[in-house]
Design a protein around this ligand. Sequence first.
Ligand code: BDR
Ligand code: CA
Length: 322
Amino acid sequence: MLSVMSAATHPPSRPSVLLDCDPGHDDAIAIVVAARNTDLVGITTVAGNAPLTSTTHNALVMRDLLGIDVEVHSGSSRPLVGKPKHAGHVHGESGLDGADLPEPTTPLNGTDAAQFIVDACHQHDKLWLVPVGPLTNIALAMQKDPAVAQRIAGISLMGGGSFGNRSAVGEFNIWADPEAAQIVFSSGAPIIMAGLDVTHQFQATPARIERLRAIGGTLAISLADLLVFFSMMYQRNHDEGHLQGGAMHDPLAVLALTHPALFERTNRHVVVETKGEYTRGMTVIDERRLIERKASNVAVLTYVDAEAAFDLVTAAVAHFTP
Ligand code: BDR
Ligand code: CA
């Protein structure tokens, strides 16, 4: 286990990152944090929180709001198996309900995310893939070119956990495309997993939202408005008092790379259940201490210093605020 103390000795790094997302309120924050703290080589979009047309539109809106010169490529409009599943009950119909957002002013750069991912893996050494939506695009890239898993530095993903949010054990990103997730988890690539156990520690409390709003400017105020909506939906969907705000899942997959000292992690063997009547979409985390267990394939994040992580969100937003 990498403790907070030992991790603290590692300075923040600035990795090359390709962000695969389905914006999505917390995806929008992940884009801001990645734009500030990584060498962002591209953004790819996937169907997830909303249909692909909406998640792609939302990624383009975020690119404009940040004023960054990063290519955006759309990808899969459906999972490898079955019909698309969306999360309007959390993100609203548009995927980014709650703020008065401008229309995109810059065009999409391409519509074959899987090929863009393959090419990026060959063009950039030590590239990190950071998927924060269903894993369809990443799995398709691995199917197109099996060398992807060996070429990359690793995958830092948001998904899974020891409990679910779309079923008792199914977290949305894994549950929405279990076959894709199974391909990724069994690929042999190093994986860091920001699952619900850690992301539920990172909530958009009213105080945090107001800190964001106080930065001022279109970006900060839009994000604050988005988080007000997101938190309202979370609180509506959970037992009263269970959460102080929406869980800001996706930026943690970025921060796990750029600021590892904020996290505790534990190495585990993880597989994805694709068949169970009640367990389809579950990440099965082997917690056994038996010597016979399989070698770990995933660094499972277990703790985040939420206050320090939110400081990095506000710093990133302030950076892009004129
Ligand atoms: C994940 O599902 C989506 O709703 C969020 O954007 C996040 O990636 C959390 O289960
Ligand atoms: Ca997401």
